[in-house]
Design a protein around this ligand. Sequence first.
Ligand code: SF4
Ligand code: SF4
Length: 386
Amino acid sequence: MEYRKLGRTGMTVSAVSLGCEHLQGKDYETVKTVIDAALDAGINFFDVFMSEPNVRSNIGKALKGRREKVIIQGHIGSCWVDGQYKVSRDINECVAAFEDLLDRLQTDYIDVGFLHFVDKENDWDTLEKSEVMQYALSLKEKGVIKAIGLSSHDPVTAKKAVDSGYIDVLMFSLNPAYDLVPKDRDMTEIFTEVIKGEKQDFSALTLEPARAALYRDCEDRGVAITVMKTLAMGTLLDAKRSPLGIALTEGQCISYALSRPAVAAVMVGMQRLSDVENAVKYWELSERERDHSEALASLGMFSSDGRCMYCNHCLPCPAKIDIAAVNKYLDLVELDKKPADSVSQHYTALGNTAETCLACGACETRCPFHVPVIKRMQRAAETFGK
Ligand code: SF4
Ligand code: SF4
């Protein structure tokens, strides 16, 4: 298992972690089996967004006596009202649901308290000034939560929330299909067309700028991303159902998500023992089996683009430059228009910076996305100096 920093929270989490959603509806023995296997495999990070009482109680019972072994994402605004799940911004419903979570998990703290399912800018605008936000802040002040998170599927809303400074961790839907959908197309529309068998024009796809900007912004601010929808509900594993028109493997999807800036963990939905075993098999795959870059490059969508995917498949570098990181910092300045001064501290911390590039070209022969690395190293050296 690989462990990663959960951004500026100071916590350390397993890079492949447990999304508990599918434990809903399962009996206690099944829940305990999955949790036991996850802990045995080194998974120390759980997402518990569900408001349904039984699954919360079963998880709490299964964790009894070992609460401190896990870092929990718990959600504020995921409520159980009239026997149904409800996304709520009503302060009374939110407080009742969060206290219920603490009670049923048999704990007096939740590591990251997530503002739940914020997908619209106006929802965030209202939420930011609401009693629910004040409640989250008061929980953090009292130490009942240690960090504030936000879950979202929308990059513009998520970026606005991240830029507010309140959000320490972002749970976001991230996979190659979502990232490569053009800005002016609705992703649901594209999935619907694919299901109907309508062909997509892959040559028109490129890295969606709002998403790319969100990931870099998170990295710049020390906001960790935890990933949901890694496999796009399994559609990416099937060429017929995938908007990309090719079948990726689970390992390639996980590898893609873990290679995005700021990503700390992928939350994999697990509902039976074999799901846990399957998820942790990721660490037994060879580099070649995990490699997503060749599959994506085969679509041809980046060939004229030359945009860095921050995958570091171009390493090793004789000057020991972290090429992906240098490219990320250069993009923050060139694409996101961040002042070079605000980024140069991160750049300098790399140690081996672009000035030491030998212009040997070894990286360019390995890069599947035809990135002109030597020129970019020159531009980074000019932009940041040292
Ligand atoms: S230059 Fe190419 S191989 Fe290197 S990190 Fe960027 S996309 Fe990956
Ligand atoms: S060209 Fe520069 S960055 Fe690329 S491998 Fe050679 S020294 Fe490293």
